[in-house]
Write a protein that binds this ligand. Structure first.
Ligand code: ZN
Length: 580
């Protein structure tokens, strides 16, 4: 998918007003220089959600949700990135670029058109081929359902599409581009789908992006999908989402099943909130898409070993998606059943009666992890603990994480660690922290507020890796300086826009939001910055000589870790080594 240019995104952010944007959804109150509200992303009684008008960012001191205007629309209104950019652009009255992914891309239009033609053509063939009708009738589908999902039939002919649609060079290119034909070495083309029932695949907006084909004549593979193309990105498509939108809204949940026919059969019996991954196992983008349409996501798997393994793979992705208010459940069908067979044999009510038995994804993860380790053996118990804690560390919702950390302790028969209680305290912004901020925090805070100050150019950022181990903020400082080095015009606003998509966003946002920002006069600020840069440079120089002398004392390079050696090589290449 094409992207908006960085310049366009910058312009959109530049012209949007985050305070107004958020205030229209979550009423804000001004307090000090920032705006505050109870956080829309977690439950709370006193406000810890802050919005900065001059930085155009938000940060929650409770759940650490953070971002800029684009991020807010994605998280709050559940928009995709392009949708969020488009919404902001429209509000700001900025015309979308011609080739924006939300407008119709000029080069994709012919591909979409040819694909729609093929869908209609295959659909019209359906009535002429009794075997296709028999197959779908045998699967219990009625005429309305077949029409609703636009099922069709591709005749077993290699030149069917060329004969029906034409065969000049530009048409061949379109057929190829849309993934409808394959080419031979001599440049001739042949139909990709032959002798197959055709399942048109549409994106969430209802535009055809590809096809799935079920073989009727025994040719392998049984299911064939469109290849990846400018239209079809299998990791970003959910089959049936277009038809399921209304049902999902009504049910407040979305159900992921495995096959196209599962989706269609479920819809026919009124379980119209079912969708399927398309041509691939469920991926990260698809899981996020599911959560964008509903806060409750049910993943349905067959009860056999293959189903268990598929579920195991799917829940590995879960933690980052488990933000507050989201439910991810795993449902296993009785062994030997899939949704299609179960519904046809026992009816919709039997299927829906299984739904309450769906288990939270983390429960399933821990249970499966337990099954894979013999907890009676202490060494395996340690392995279990490592894996469980690594998994839980990634869970976005802090309360959910805590609940399950307790569960893991219980499973292992460990006493609750008392320090667990401590992090529940919501840290409020405070100028008089009992401990002053570290030099690097001060440097980062100054940098974020005054990136235009020339003193930053004199900070010896190549040496920062020497201090990565001494203070975690150094990495953030290095990251921010790297971004700064690649910026054309130096503004705090642009720096934040760039930071928002980096791993340093959370730390940086938290830092400026805890900054009470007293009155600053230009001259003393410049002095503070240059003094701070000088102190950082002193520490860097000291760290470097310590590093060098250790290398010399301990027999040269071999005494150094691989990372240190790489660092030394890097520095010497850049000509910094000789002036040690
Ligand atoms: Zn929050």
């Amino acid at each position: 998918m094409a992207n908006f240019s960085p310049a366009f995104i910058d312009a959109v952010l530049e012209h949007s007003d985050l305070v107004r944007l958020i205030d229209s959804r979550v009423p804000l109150k001004k307090k000090g220089k920032d705006f505050w509200a109870c956080c829309p992303f977690h439950q709370e009684k006193s406000p810890s959600f802050s919005v900065s008008a001059d930085k155009q960012i938000y940060y929650c001191f409770g759940c650490h949700a953070h971002g800029n205007a684009i991020g807010f629309l994605m998280a709050h209104d559940r928009l995709s990135f392009p949708e969020a950019v488009k919404t902001l652009a429209e509000e700001a009255g900025i015309a979308l670029p011609e080739d924006s992914p939300t407008g119709d891309q000029e080069d994709l239009r012919p591909l979409r058109a040819i694909l729609e033609k093929a869908v209609a053509l295959y659909q019209s063939m359906f009535s002429e081929y009794p075997p296709a009708q028999e197959y779908l009738r045998g699967r219990g589908l009625d005429v309305d359902t077949i029409a609703r999902f636009e099922l069709g039939y591709a005749p077993p002919a290699a030149q069917f599409l060329s004969q029906k649609l034409g065969n000049d060079a530009s048409l061949r290119r379109q057929l190829l581009g849309a993934g409808l034909v394959s080419s031979r070495d001599d440049g001739s083309v042949y139909d990709r789908f032959r002798g197959r029932v055709i399942f048109p695949i549409r994106d969430g907006r209802g535009q055809a992006v590809g096809l799935g084909g079920r073989s009727l004549d025994g040719h392998e593979p049984k299911y064939l999908n469109s290849p990846e193309s400018a239209l079809y990105h299998k990791g970003r498509v959910l089959y049936g989402l277009h038809q399921a939108k209304e049902g999902v809204r009504r049910a407040g949940r979305v159900l992921l099943v495995e096959g196209y026919l599962d989706v269609i059969t479920l819809h026919q019996v009124g379980i119209d909130y079912a969708v399927a991954a398309s041509g691939t196992a469920l991926g990260d983008s698809q899981l996020e898409m599911l959560f964008r349409v509903a806060a409750e996501v049910l993943l349905c798997f067959d009860g056999d070993n293959a189903g268990r393994n598929a579920a195991w793979r799917a829940v590995q992705m879960a933690p980052e998606h488990l933000r507050e208010g989201r439910l991810l459940r795993v449902l296993f069908l009785p062994d030997g059943e899939d949704p299609d067979s179960l519904v046809r044999r026992h009816g919709a009510a039997a299927f829906e009666s299984l739904l309450p038995a769906a288990r939270p994804a983390i429960d399933f993860f821990l249970e499966e992890l337990q099954r894979r380790h013999n907890l009676a053996a202490e060494d395996e118990k340690a392995l279990f603990l490592h894996a469980a804690r690594d998994f839980l560390k990634r869970v976005s919702d802090p309360i959910l994480r805590e609940v399950y950390e307790q569960r893991v302790q219980d499973i292992c028969g460990l006493a609750t660690v008392t320090r667990r209680a401590a992090p529940r305290v919501v840290r409020k912004p405070s100028l008089n922290a009992s401990q002053g901020p570290s030099l690097y925090k001060t440097a980062l805070r100054l940098l974020l507020n005054h990136p235009e100050d020339p003193a930053w150019q004199t900070l010896d950022r190549d040496l920062l890796p020497f201090l990565f181990d001494s203070d975690p903020t150094v990495k953030n400082l290095a990251g921010a300086l790297d971004i700064l080095a690649n910026m054309t015009h130096l503004s705090s606003h642009e720096l934040f826009a760039k930071l928002s998509v980096s791993e340093h966003a959370e730390v940086c946002y938290a830092l400026v939001m805890t900054d009470a920002g007293g009155v600053e006069d230009g001259a003393s600020m410049q002095l503070e910055i240059s003094g701070c840069v000088a102190r950082v440079n002193q520490r860097l120089a000291a760290a470097r000589s310590h590093f060098i002398s250790r290398a010399a004392d301990q027999g040269g390079l071999s005494a150094l870790s691989e990372q240190e050696r790489a660092e030394m090589v890097r520095l010497s290449r850049r000509g910094r080594w000789k002036d040690v």
